[in-house]
Design a protein around this ligand. Structure first.
Ligand SMILES: [Ca+2]
Ligand SMILES: [Ca+2]
Ligand SMILES: [Ca+2]
Ligand SMILES: [Ca+2]
Length: 560
C-alpha cells in the first residue's frame, strides 16, 4: 500500500469505524476527496455499527431510502446514536423532506455528542441552508468550554484561524526562543490558506506569555506544516530553530531561525512524485542539528520504494539518502531522529513494508545506511509507521534511549483500535506494547514522548486516541502511562464532539513551575472556529513528580 492510499485508508477506517458521514476528507498530506467504499457492504448485518456503516454507504451513493432503512435498523439496536440521528437528517434532506431532516438534525444537535459543524460541509444539506433553523444547529461558544471530563487544569489554549485549517495537525516543543526561560512551541495548520489555497502555516508561540512570536507560510498548494519539528540550534545563535515541510506541491522543506522565523535553508525534491516533506524531524542533541526529510512516494506515480534524506542543518548539504526495500513500501512516510555524544538514531516508517505490507519501522544507529533493527507490524496491524515514530527517553533503566512506533489503525480489539510499541534503542527488543480501549478510537496518534512525569527516573508516555467516542462522537482522549511498567497513570477525556483531542501529544516539562509536568495536546479537527479549524492545549498532567515514594510504598504492599 502506498503513502496516499495508506493515509486515505487510515482516515476512512477511522470514519467507517464509527465517526461520521460525508466528511470532506480534508487531510494534510495532499489527500483529496476519497473513494466511497469505506464501509462494509456485507449482506449480513447484525450490529448497530454494521447497519450504521451500511447507511453511510447508501448516503454516499445517494440511495436515501436505503439509508433511512439501514439507519432505522441501527436505531432499533442502539436508540441513542447521535451519528444515526445526523445520518437520518442528511438522508431526509436528500429526499427534500426538510421537516423530517430538521427533526433528526435537531436531535443530533441536542445530544451534544455530535460535531454539528459538519453541516457546513455536507452537500446534501445545501437545500436547508437558507432556513433559519440551519444556523441554530451549529455549536455555540459555550459548547467548546470546559472540554474535559476529568478535572484538568488548562494552562493555555490557542485556536485555528478558519474552518478547514487543521490547526494542531502537529504541535511540538522547540525550546526557549523568547528568552523567558520557558520552553516554547510550534504548531502547524497545513491546510490553512486564503481561498482554500492550502499553503499551510506554522506558528511559533511563547508558552510563558501565550503570545504568537512568528509565523511562516507555504506557497499555494504546499500544505506546509504537514511535517514540523523543533531541531535544536542549527546556526549557532543560541536559539533553537524550527523545520517544516510541505509535500503536496512539488515538495519543500525549510529550516527557520527560531529567533524570528527567517529561512535559513530550503530543500526541494528532484522529482515531483515523491511527496518530499511528508514528514520532517531534527537529528539534534549533540550540536550537529541535522535534518531528516521523508519522501514516501505518491500513490500510483512514484516508481520507487520511498526515501529519507538527511541534510546538514549547518550548511544544507545532503549527507545521506536512505531507501525503502520494495515499490509501494512508502518508506519515509514518517521520520524521527536523535543524536548525542553516545547515541545516534534515525527512525523511518514504511507503512506498506514488511511481510504482509502492514508496516515496518527501520531504526539506524549511524549513517552507514544499514538498519540496526526493524520493527514489524503484528497480526492485527494495518499501517505501522504511517504517521508516528519517535526517539523517547529511557524506560528500562539501561541509560539508553528507546524507539516508539505507532499503528493507530491496528485492529486489536476491532476496527482501528490502535496500538503502540516501545523498543529498546540498545538491543531492539520490544519493551512495551499498549493497546487502545475501544474499537475505532485510533489509539497512537502522537509521538507520545512525555518525559518523566511521575519522577521515577524513567520516561513516560502520553498517547493520543483522536477518535475516542465514548463520551461524544470523535471527542478524543489522551492516555498517560508510566514508561517503567506500562501502568495507566491518568486519562484526559474530551467531551466536545468532533474535537479529536489527542490528534498530537507530547510533554513540555514543567512550564508553570508548580512541580508537575505539563502536556501539549492538540484537537486538530475541533470545530471551535469552524469545521476542522482545530485548537491546541497546554494542560497540567496533575501528576506529582514526587511519586517515587508512592512507587516504593506500593512495591512493599503497604498503604500510606
Ligand atoms: Ca520561552
Ligand atoms: Ca538558532
Ligand atoms: Ca516516569
Ligand atoms: Ca506544571
Amino acid at each position: 500500500m502506498r503513502a496516499y492510499q495508506t493515509v486515505v485508508c487510515l482516515f476512512q477506517s477511522a470514519i467507517a469505524g464509527g465517526v461520521a458521514f460525508g466528511l470532506p476528507w480534508i487531510v494534510a498530506g495532499g489527500i483529496s476527496p476519497a473513494s466511497t467504499h469505506a464501509a462494509s457492504t456485507h449482506a449480513e448485518h447484525r450490529s448497530a455499527a454494521a447497519w450504521r456503516a451500511q447507511g453511510a454507504v447508501d448516503l454516499r451513493l445517494r440511495r436515501f431510502d436505503h439509508a433511512i432503512t439501514a439507519f432505522q435498523h441501527s436505531l432499533k439496536l442502539q436508540p441513542d446514536s447521535p451519528r444515526v440521528f445526523y445520518g437520518l437528517g442528511v438522508a431526509y434532506a436528500g429526499k427534500r423532506d426538510s421537516a423530517r431532516a430538521f427533526e433528526w438534525l435537531e436531535r443530533a444537535s441536542a445530544s451534544h455528542r455530535y460535531d454539528m459543524t459538519e453541516i457546513t460541509e455536507e452537500a446534501n444539506l445545501a437545500t436547508l441552508r437558507a432556513d433559519p433553523r440551519f444556523a441554530k444547529l451549529l455549536p455555540g461558544a459555550a459548547d467548546f468550554e470546559r472540554p474535559f471530563v476529568e478535572p484538568v487544569k488548562i494552562l493555555r489554549e490557542w485556536r485555528g484561524e478558519a474552518s478547514g485549517d487543521q490547526f494542531g495537525w502537529i504541535a511540538r516543543k522547540i525550546g526557549d526562543v523568547d528568552g523567558d526561560g520557558v520552553t516554547d512551541i510550534v504548531v502547524s495548520a497545513p491546510t490553512h490558506g486564503e481561498k482554500g489555497s492550502k499553503a499551510g502555516r506554522v506558528y511559533v508561540y511563547s508558552v510563558g506569555s501565550g503570545r504568537l512570536l512568528w509565523t511562516a507560510d507555504g506557497r499555494a498548494g504546499d500544505e506546509l506544516g504537514t511535517g514540523v519539528e523543533g531541531v535544536g540550534d542549527t546556526n549557532g545563535d543560541g536559539i533553537p530553530d524550527v523545520a517544516a515541510s510541505g509535500p503536496a506541491g512539488s515538495g519543500v522543506a525549510s529550516l527557520y531561525s527560531g529567533r524570528d522565523g527567517h529561512v535559513l535553508h530550503t530543500f526541494r525534491s528532484n522529482r515531483a512524485d515523491e511527496l518530499f516533506g511528508n514528514h520532517i524531524s531534527g537529528v539534534d542533541g549533540d550540536g550537529n542539528a541535522d535534518l531528516i526529510v521523508g519522501a514516501p512516494g505518491k500513490e500510483g506515480e512514484a516508481k520507487n520504494a520511498g526515501h529519507a534524506y538527511i541534510y546538514s542543518g549547518r550548511d544544507g548539504r545532503l549527507l545521506l539518502t536512505l531507501k525503502g526495500e520494495r515499490l509501494g513500501d512508502a518508506f519515509g512516510s514518517t521520520v524521527a531522529g536523535y543524536a548525542n555524544g553516545k547515541e545516534h538514531y534515525l527512525v523511518v516508517g514504511a507503512p506498506g513494508a514488511g511481510p504482509k505490507h502492514h508496516g515496518r519501522v527501520y531504526v539506524y544507529d549511524d549513517y552507514s545506511g544499514k538498519p540496526k533493527f526493524t520493527i514489524d507490524s503484528d497480526a492485527t496491524g494495518n499501517a505501522l509507521g504511517a504517521m508516528f515514530v519517535s526517539v523517547m527517553g529511557d524506560i528500562d533503566g539501561d541509560g539508553m534511549r528507546e524507539i516508539f512506533a505507532s499503528d493507530w489503525s491496528n485492529d486489536a480489539k476491532g476496527h482501528s483500535t490502535g496500538r503502540i510499541y516501545v523498543h529498546s534503542g540498545r538491543t531492539g527488543q520490544r519493551l512495551l506494547t499498549l493497546t487502545g480501549e475501544t474499537m475505532g478510537e485510533g489509539f497512537g496518534t502522537s509521538p507520545s514522548v512525555a518525559g518523566d512525569v511521575d519522577g521515577d527516573g524513567r520516561d513516560d508516555l502520553i498517547v493520543g486516541a483522536w477518535q475516542y467516542s465514548q463520551v461524544a462522537e470523535s471527542a478524543g482522549r489522551a492516555y498517560l502511562y508510566s514508561g517503567r511498567d506500562g501502568r495507566l497513570l491518568k486519562t484526559f477525556t474530551c467531551r466536545t464532539p468532533g474535537d479529536t483531542f489527542g490528534f498530537d501529544a507530547v510533554g513540555l516539562g514543567d512550564v508553570d513551575g508548580d512541580g508537575t509536568v505539563d502536556l501539549l495536546i492538540t484537537s486538530g479537527w475541533s470545530g471551535v472556529t469552524g469545521h476542522h479549524s482545530g485548537r491546541v492545549f497546554v494542560i497540567s498532567s496533575g501528576v506529582s513528580m514526587d511519586s517515587r515514594d508512592q512507587v516504593e510504598r506500593s512495591s512493599r504492599g503497604s498503604t500510606p
